[in-house]
Design a protein around this ligand. Structure first.
Ligand code: VGL
Ligand code: ZN
Length: 199
């Protein structure tokens, strides 16, 4: 039987209360995620990892505010407060996260000109992070996702995972969402319709 991996998405200080792009209740999932880490054979973490002045920051575009959308060469992009700057405290994993078991940390969003929500592809939906190849080469055919945020990085990772042929589950109780204009409900629906198992 193919192996299984837990992929913990962006459980970083900036996405937790007090952080630059705080997700309501983001820190509440830490104990549950730690249980999942303990109970899963293979663990992969993702880490949002932006250079200062990243193009997904509203501060990089004159006359814009966080949470507005603009059109980038690769499509629509929501603008965010500056967050998860490479090497900053905000980019560190939550201090309660039992991260030491992780076999791989996938950093994403490190190219100034393009954002990356998904753990598998950047927001052009073409540039791979290498995660699919890594998992396939290791015989891992099934993944479980948890982390932040439900409606952005978790959802886009899950949708890409299904497209890449992985059996994909999302533990919704171990995720929290940003929820812009109903985006949590919309993305949960998209995941369900795409064949993501929601548990
Ligand atoms: C995320 C917005 C910007 C996420 C990352 O982890 O869901 N959202 N960068
Ligand atoms: Zn980001």
């Amino acid at each position: 039987m193919a192996g299984e991996a837990l992929v913990v998405i962006d459980l970083q200080n900036d996405f937790c209360p007090g952080g630059a792009l705080a997700v309501t209740g983001g820190d509440e999932i830490v104990p549950l995620v730690n249980d999942m880490i303990r109970n899963t054979e293979h663990v992969v973490l993702t880490q949002d990892w932006h250079p200062a002045g990243h193009s997904s920051f509203a501060s990089s575009h004159q006359g814009t505010k966080p949470f507005e959308a603009i059109t980038m060469p690769y499509g629509e992009q929501t603008l965010w407060p500056d967050h998860c700057i490479q090497g900053s405290l905000g980019a560190d994993f939550h201090s309660g996260l039992a991260w030491t078991k992780a076999e791989l940390v996938v950093r994403k969003g490190f190219r100034t000109a393009i954002d990356s929500y998904s753990a598998f592809f950047e927001n052009d939906h073409k540039t791979p992070t290498g995660l699919a190849g890594y998992l396939k080469e290791r015989g891992i055919g099934s993944i479980i996702l948890a982390g932040l945020a439900t409606d952005f990085c978790v959802a886009y990772s899950a949708l890409d995972a299904v497209k890449q042929g992985f059996e994909t589950s999302v533990r919704l109780d171990a995720c929290r969402g940003i929820n812009l204009n109903g985006s949590v409900d919309a993305m949960v629906k998209r995941m369900r319709e795409a064949g993501v198992k929601l548990v």
